[in-house]
Write a protein of this length. Structure first.
Length: 710
């Protein structure tokens, strides 16, 4: 009885457990279709396992693409997951009726991937079967010949392709997405004994694209005709286009790019530009499509501006209208590492040391490290500029320093390598003073003279511009230099004291507490004349005396003009007015002179030393002067209406006469308005007369005019 009692209790426990299970189960669990539902559930698990094995996935993974259930579960039909995976039934624990077979929706005009596609036969557009997973070709390009348009694509490599599959080629009359693409051909992937071809067709020649001067655009899709009789299509490729001409189809247009690679840091940008051999005649230059292989690393807009978004390597591509890609490799980092600074001591005192360095590219600021014993280094000091004064030091103690450059790019920090260490005692150490731009020799015309100097450590000091007179230097100008310890530009204008022969100059910068003194090299300035006789004789400041013969003093200087030289010549001649005529003489005023001697002395007064001087001239030196090569020949003309008018003859010109003897024996200096100054042999003295009088009363003839000052 105890055993029976125990058995009764066990039976009661079983029934109680069974009742609890029934109570907790959902309604319909004991429907009449329960065995069939269970079979269908098993079939789903088997198909899922088979698909996962083929795709290399775990059993639990559900493909994102939709796949179709062909036949009933009891008949072992194939399952397909709907496009919207959120609506797909879960195979584990699903009740009867929870898994619905997608209903194919065939159509000849479908919308897919932003394209409008028009097929010759209806295709299913509402989902993609697993057989077409990754089967669509993204990269399509066009190659043109003389009478054809060839469409090419790269079919994704996979283990096999199902039978009754292939590619559909569709064409539009214009380039772009928002066009209707119509089917023009369908290429089947063929197989032998149901074994698919490993390398299916990847090009198609369109011989119907023959309208001249017209753009043709193409896309391709993969298709598959399933056992249920429906035809399914893959994703649509990107478009590629070509254009015809009046004579032949244009060849494929390619392009270069201004950068084949670029390195960027976070948020940094670079502009990429395509380079066409002839952009005005190249088809599709405005139809370029820019893209990034990895937008988390770098993005690109449709103008070719690339911006770094993260760290890594990616490619930026420009797809031409023809379908060809031009790419740039982008290596992005969060922040660049700045370079190594060069540290030096600028100036020091008993209690401070000022350090300096040149700016480092990419550095936003610097870290200055200090050691009091050369072993232990203190925490760095952040410095924004390129110098730092360290104060509060102990006189005579030696300190060590080094710096690093730091790049802070939007919060991403990179510290560069250490500079070399520098050591300096806290003692007086002045910075050097240097000046560049100071000349050592100049030949200058009258006017102002300014030199542009570059001065290191000008420090607002009072500098002296000194000129040497004899053996001593005297200050001619005091200038205040710019302030600052770096390099400064300064324009130094010389006083007019340099305008007088040859002078020597120097610049003296005194020492101060922080900078050394400086004395420039000697500058030699030679004053050039305002007027130089072009092609003629050199104008001298002084004429050397020819032996014991008298030489008139020069009345011109460096600032004399041509007019000044002519007037100096005439003024010297006028000093002899009234002097007696003496043949073969060229002495000083009052001592007697002849016609050629008067010209020689007059030229001396203007700074011209004719090679016909009192020591070597002939008895009749007039022809000798007339034939001097450097004197300019002037054509002499008489005015028929006014014999006193001499066109082309200027004041200061030399007039040569043929006397009654037939010889060229007289010369005079023209004063203008027919007047001349001369040593008149018939009057026996130096006087003024006119050319017309000389010709009328003496019967002389003008045989030449010569100009001293051109």
């Amino acid at each position: 009885m105890k055993k029976e009692g125990k058995g009764t209790k066990r039976i009661g426990s079983v029934f109680l457990a069974l009742w609890l299970c029934i109570a907790l189960m959902p309604m319909g669990a004991f429907a009449e279709e329960l065995p069939e539902a269970a079979a269908q559930e098993d079939g789903q698990v088997q198909v899922a396992e088979q698909d996962a094995a083929e795709n290399g996935d775990d059993v639990e993974a559900v493909p994102e693409e939709a796949y179709e259930v062909s036949g009933s579960a009891a008949e072992g039909g194939q399952a397909a997951v709907a496009e919207d995976t959120a609506d797909a039934a879960v195979t584990t624990g699903a009740e009867e009726g929870d898994l619905e077979t997608p209903t194919p929706i065939p159509a000849t005009v479908v919308e897919r991937d932003g394209y409008t596609l028009k097929f010759k036969d209806a295709v299913v557009s509402n989902y993609i079967p697993t057989e077409l997973k990754n089967a669509g070709a993204d990269h399509v390009w066009v190659r043109a010949g003389s009478n054809k348009m060839k469409v090419c694509w790269a079919t994704p490599k996979q283990k096999n392709y199902p039978s009754n599959s292939g590619m559909v080629i569709l064409r539009a009359g214009k380039a772009g997405w928002d066009k209707t693409y119509s089917e023009i051909s369908r290429i089947s992937f063929w197989s032998i004994d149901a074994v698919p071809v490993w390398n299916p067709a990847e090009e198609y020649t369109d011989k119907t694209a023959s309208t001249k001067n017209k753009t043709y655009s193409y896309v391709v899709v993969a298709y598959y005709t399933a056992a249920d009789g429906y035809t399914y299509i893959s994703n649509v490729s990107n478009w590629a286009a070509g254009q015809t001409t009046s004579s032949k189809l244009k060849t494929v247009y390619k392009a270069g790019i201004n950068k084949s690679s670029a390195k960027l840091q976070y948020k940094e940008s670079v502009n990429l530009k395509l380079k066409f051999s002839n952009s005005s005649k190249t088809f599709g230059t405005k139809l370029t499509r820019w893209s990034s292989d990895d937008k988390s690393i770098a993005t690109v807009n449709q103008k070719g501006k690339v911006t770094a978004k993260g760290a890594g390597t990616t490619y930026i591509r420009a797809r031409l209208a023809s379908g060809y890609d031009v790419k740039c490799k982008v290596n992005a980092v969060w922040a660049y590492t700045p370079g190594k600074p060069k540290l030096s001591v600028d100036v020091a005192s008993n209690s401070s040391i000022t350090l300096k360095w040149k700016a480092v590219k990419l550095a936003k600021y610097y870290y200055l490290y200090r050691s009091n014993d050369g072993v232990k280094w203190q925490d760095p000091v952040k410095v924004s500029g390129t110098s730092k004064k360290v104060t509060g030091l102990t006189k005579g103690h030696r300190y060590s320093f080094y710096i690093t450059a730091v790049n802070d790019n939007h919060g991403y920090v990179k510290e560069g390598p250490n500079s070399d260490s520098v050591n300096q005692k806290a003692v007086m150490k002045r910075r050097p003073t240097n000046v560049s731009g100071w000349p050592t020799s100049k030949t200058l015309s009258p006017g102002t003279f300014t030199v542009k100097l570059s001065i290191t450590s000008p420090d607002k000091r009072k500098a002296s511009l000194q000129m040497k007179k004899g053996s001593s230097w005297s200050t001619k100008k005091t200038v205040t230099l710019p302030s600052g310890s770096g390099k400064a530009s300064y324009n130094l204008t010389f006083p007019n004291s340099w305008q007088g022969g040859t002078t020597k100059w120097r610049l003296v910068i005194p020492q101060n507490d922080t900078s050394e003194e400086y004395t420039s090299k000697t500058l030699t300035i030679k004053a050039a004349r305002a007027y130089t006789n072009p092609g003629g004789y050199t104008i001298n400041d002084k004429i050397t005396k020819h032996g014991s013969y008298y030489t008139s003093p020069v009345l011109t200087n460096y600032s004399s003009t041509r007019s000044n030289c002519v007037e100096a010549m005439i003024k010297t001649a006028n000093k002899y007015l009234g002097d007696r005529y003496a043949s073969g003489k060229a002495g000083k005023p009052g001592a007697g002179i002849d016609a050629s001697g008067l010209v020689i002395q007059a030229c001396y007064g203007a700074g011209i030393d004719l090679p016909v001087n009192p020591a070597n001239r002939h008895t009749n030196a007039v022809p000798q002067i007339m034939n001097l090569g450097k004197l300019k020949k002037i054509q002499y003309k008489e005015s028929a209406s006014d014999p006193t008018d001499h066109p082309g003859v200027f004041r200061g010109d030399l007039i040569f006469f043929q006397t009654e003897t037939g010889n060229i024996g007289h010369v005079a200096i023209y004063l203008g308005w027919d007047k001349i100054v001369q040593a008149d042999p018939e009057a026996g003295r130096v006087n003024t007369s006119t050319i017309s009088k000389m010709l009328k009363h003496k019967g002389w003839k003008v045989v030449g005019v010569r100009r001293v000052f051109h």
